[in-house]
Design a protein around this ligand. Structure first.
Ligand code: 13P
Length: 288
């Protein structure tokens, strides 16, 4: 059974560890992440961006695939299926489709509009037992080749959205999506501490979890971050393992071109990385 992410995140916040939402892209990603989290006995959130939802032929298909794979593998750790950076319409569509958690990212709207839409979606999600994440301030990253540095969210605005009863809150503290540039200034722990205070200890979300040095991730967790989003890191692992297979000519040996063989090293690499991150980074191993 898929569950809301509220309980697992609250437990992580109390226990000073983080639950990883790993983004999924296809069947191999779902299998690898579920197997990895079962192996480390960790709760997990499967993140689905709107683009990935489209790629996987719609939110209903994503929910059906996750449920079947979950049951077929005999997964017993808590699993939530969560919309990542959802639009207003996307959030409603995922609630309809059977997601157990959603993110509404209204950070690009003027604050009043973000507030109004967040309020409505929090009430709707909670009326269905679904957890909800909202966002204040943008998360930087690469867009059209330009890397913007991470924004710092306003602690006052974070406090207002937290007061609406959101389950967990994404707030920029210098983090960005994708690869971090060599001259990245690092996370702002001062800002994080201020946000944790202004939100009365609301569980916080760190987006752009790929490539942040582990000491910074651990410090952020100790200061109130309970959900660290990871996408790029698993994509890089998959690409490297697949490249090694092809460069070794294995796709040309016997039936090495069979997609089940071709995709196997990348899938195994994702699982290994998930297990390593759960154990060494997030502290969620054994917390299911
Ligand atoms: P990365 O791709 O940088 O890991 O970011 C993932 C993320 O924050 C998804 O919302």
């Amino acid at each position: 059974m898929l569950v809301s992410a509220a309980e697992m995140i609250n437990k992580a916040h109390e226990g000073h560890y983080a639950v990883p939402p790993f983004n999924i892209n296809n069947m191999e990603w779902i299998i690898a992440i579920l197997k990895g989290c079962q192996a480390t006995n960790s709760p997990v959130i499967l993140g689905v961006s709107e683009g990935a939802g489209k790629y996987m032929q719609g939110y209903k298909n994503v929910v059906a695939m996750v449920k079947e794979i979950h049951d077929n593998l005999g997964i017993t750790v808590p699993v939530a299926i969560h919309l990542d950076h959802g639009s207003y319409a996307g959030a409603k569509a995922c609630i309809e489709a059977g997601f157990t958690s959603i993110m509404f990212d209204g950070s690009h709207f003027p604050f009043e509009e973000n507030l109004e839409k967040s309020k409505e979606l929090i009430a709707l999600a909670h009326s269905k037992g679904i957890s909800i994440e909202c966002e204040v301030g943008g998360i930087g990253g690469e867009e059209d080749g330009v890397v913007s540095s991470g924004e710092l969210a306003s602690p006052e605005e974070c406090g207002v959205i937290a007061g609406l009863g959101v389950d967990f809150l994404a707030a920029g503290i210098g983090n960005i999506h994708g690869k971090y540039p060599a001259n990245w200034a690092g996370l702002s722990f001062d800002q994080l501490a201020k946000i944790q205070e202004s939100t009365n200890g609301k569980p916080l979300v760190l987006h752009g979890g790929s490539g942040i040095p582990s000491e910074q991730v651990k410090k952020a967790i100790s200061l109130g971050v309970s959900k660290v989003n990871v996408n790029t890191e698993l994509q890089l692992e998959f690409a490297a393992a697949t490249r090694a297979y092809v460069e070794a000519g294995k796709d040309q040996q016997g039936k090495g071109y069979d997609p089940r063989k071709l995709l196997a090293p990348g899938t195994a690499a994702i699982q290994a990385k998930v297990e390593k991150m759960n154990t060494e980074f997030f502290g969620c191993a054994g917390k299911a």
